[in-house]
Every structure is written in structure tokens, then in C-alpha cells.
Write a protein that binds this ligand. Sequence first.
Ligand SMILES: Nc1ncnc2c1ncn2[C@@H]1O[C@H](COP(=O)(O)OP(=O)(O)OP(=O)(O)O)[C@@H](O)[C@H]1O
Ligand SMILES: [Mg+2]
Length: 463
Amino acid sequence: MGDSAKHLLLVEDEAPLREAIAAQLADRGYDVEPVGSGEAALARLAEFAFDIIVTDLRLPGIDGSAVVEAAVGRYPDIVAIVVTGYGTLKDAVESIKRGAWDFVSKPFQIDELLHVLDSAMEQRRLKSENAYLRAQLEERYSFEGIIGRSRAMKQLFQLLETVAATASTILITGETGTGKEVVARAIHHNSPRRMQRFVAINCSAIPETLLEAELFGHVRGAFTGAVGNRAGRIEQAHRGTLFLDEVGTMSTALQTKLLRVLQEREFERIGDTHTTKVDVRVIAATNSDLTRMVEEGSFREDLYYRLNVIPVRLAPLAERKEDIPLLVQHFLDRFRAASPGSAVTTVSQEAMRRLMAYAWPGNVRQLENTIERALAFGAGRSTIDVLDLPAEVQQAREAVLPATIVLPEEGLDLAAVVESIERELIERSLERTGGNKGRAAQLLRLKRTTLVEKLKRYEGRSR
Ligand SMILES: Nc1ncnc2c1ncn2[C@@H]1O[C@H](COP(=O)(O)OP(=O)(O)OP(=O)(O)O)[C@@H](O)[C@H]1O
Ligand SMILES: [Mg+2]
């Protein structure tokens, strides 16, 4: 598993020069990925945590400075080197301001570049403090402590800003650990109701019989043990926000009662003859597929529509792995703040690669726990490395195509080869997700139905 070769992204628009530099760097043991434009560089950076980026400054589209800024913004630990042409010293200085480590001027001998690379890598090893950059990142990519820079998260921030101002009912869906509760709280804290209460109730954590009393309250003598009058959570949330967590686990009888609250904003405490009116904003959350439950008849359709006025869907972490470096940094900072005097810790790029390759079935919560654990493991060291990660994360690898694709003398059957690669990748993704087809499909950016179809086809063929 020794991945000691440094991963280097080379950005150069002139193909012959690019190929020449790439070949020479590869000779010296770098694992080089050459790309021909700033756009291509940004796309690769979103997917992979390179150790080093070497970029030409003058590029036809997005220029080298912007590439550097994006690379360093995303990975504070990456080493960025720019290559400048004649008379562009000023630009070189500008790109250093934007985060480049150093520059080399064209034309250069490969040894010159290698020397700059060596010294940069050495200095990086010595330097670990990046507080300034970190602070900047936090500011730009968060909403009430919710971190993210992926397209999905930026869209979420926008949506949250708009819906927070309203009193509309919101249904948050997402797998476990994707942040449903933090999002609900963020909405409340940005709403005109922020000075009132945010009352949360987890419908799956309370036995059915108690849940009703918990939600609606009761009057004295309503049932054995009801010694006094008691306001339920719905009433407690009057003028504020009621957060109904795991709403999918509610019995149909309770669903009917809840529907009335949503339609009429009124209800009776258990055992009460008097009707109570409330002004609550309802936010519900679930990690079950309510539409399917509606089809199966276990969730009331009318209630579903009442809840799903504004749907907020939180993407699984595996679908937005570009958020991982930022989240890692966020958790590192948080744990550090919690233990004053502890050393600054960074994550090695190789460890970051494994973190980004892993499928995270427990999503952000699992990532958070992983970082906490890694900090405990690496106690006192300034860098979290691969060995500080749990075994399953250590083993995670970016799916890369086989390094050697050979075209045999006699030619080959392209369709058959493509199919066998496809089949192999599908099998691996199912292995990794413990046979979960939905997650496997996500890993391969396929629709679940497409993956299922393909599996059926293979089965038909091997029988
Ligand atoms: N985008 C995010 N930025 C920062 N922290 C996050 C983010 N998403 C989730 N977290 C953190 O991850 C943990 C889990 O979040 P939360 O409890 O909101 O998840 P959930 O979707 O309600 O999970 P479950 O379905 O298991 O209840 C929390 O500690 C939360 O602070
Ligand atoms: Mg939750």
C-alpha cells in the first residue's frame, strides 16, 4: 500500500511542453497527472487531493493564478508552483499573494523545477500553521456552523436563507448523519421566530403511548399518573418552531392528530374538552422514504403533502466529497478549541485521499467521529496520517482504472472489455457498500434502477 510517490497535478496548455515536463517528473518518481487547461485542473482538484500543483500562469481560459487560488483555498496544505513566461514577474508575485509557494521562469531546466519542488516540500513539512487560511475558509463556506462548498451545499445555503424568513412547513430528508437536525436549528435561528423556542421531539425515541402525551400534553386525571395539567411540546413551541424528528415512525393514529394541527393549528390536550390554538412553525425530518411509505399505506398521503411544503434534501456525504477537506478542517479546529493548549494538527494529503475515497455510510457524523478518534490516536503529533484512520477508511481507494491497458496484437472486442470493466466496478462498489445497491449506484454516479438493470443483465448472462 506504500503510496510514497507524490501526486502532482501539472497544468500546461502547450501539449509538447506538457508531455516533456510530465515525463521528466515521472522519471524522478512523481505521480504526475497532466491537464491542458485551468478548467480541467479545477475539475480534477474537486475530486482528488493532490500534494503538489505545478501550473503555467498564462492559460487560455481560467488562468494559473485563479487555479492556484482555488487549489490552496480547497487544500491549505497543497504546494502550488507557478511557471511564468518572459516579463510576467509581476503576475508571478500576484500568484504568490494568492497562495503559490514559489515560481520558476520559462524556459527552465527540469532540475530547476525539481529544486524548487524539493525545497517547497521541505518547507511545507516544517510549516503547519494555517490558521489564517482556515479562518477565511470558515467565513466563506458556512451557514450557522453548517459547512460545505459543494454545489449541493451552496444551493442548500441559498434555500435556507429564503425559507428561514417564511413560516412555511419544511420537510428535511437525508440519510443518518447528514445534518438534518443542524439544518432545522439553523432555519429557526435565522427566522423571525429566533427569540422564541425551538422545541425538538424525536418521534422514534419515545414509545407510542407516551409520544401522544408528550406532543399534546394532558389534563389532570386524563390517565393514570396524569397528576397535574401539562402542556405538550406543540404548546411549548407556541410562536416558535416545532421540530418533529423521525416523523416517519409515527403511528397512523397520531398522524391523523398531527394532520389536524397542521391544517387547523389547533388540538386538545389529552382528556381536555377545551381546544387549544397554537402558532407553530413545523419542521419535520426523516431518513425514511416517505413517498414509498405513502405508496405502501403506512404514511398518510394528506399529511405527507402538508409536511412536504418545502422539501429540503440533504445529500449523502459520498455525493459531495469535495466538502470533506473543509469538514475535516472544521472538526480539527473544533476539537482543538475544546482542548486548549493542544498542538495544531493537519491531515496528510495521503490520509485526506483515503478520507475522500471512503463511502461514509454514517455521513458527516461518522466523519466527525473519525477525526476525533484520529486525534486521540495521533496524540501529540502534528499530522494525522493514514495509520491514525480506522481500517475501513485506510483501505478506501479512489477507483482508478487499471494502469496498464494493452491493445493486443490481434485486436480486441471493445464492447466485451468495456462490459467486463463495468462489471468489475459494479462488483467492487457493492462490496464496499455491503451490498447496498442504492449506495453502490451513488458511488458509480448511476441511477439505482440503472445499476439494478445491469445486474439483472449480468445474472441472465451467467446462468
Ligand atoms: N454540513 C455540516 N457541517 C458541520 N457539521 C455537520 C454538518 N452536517 C452534519 N454535521 C454534524 O454531524 C453530526 C450529525 O448531524 P445531525 O445530528 O444534524 O444529523 P442527522 O441528519 O439529524 O442524523 P440522524 O438521522 O442520525 O439523526 C452533528 O454533530 C452535526 O453537527
Ligand atoms: Mg437527527
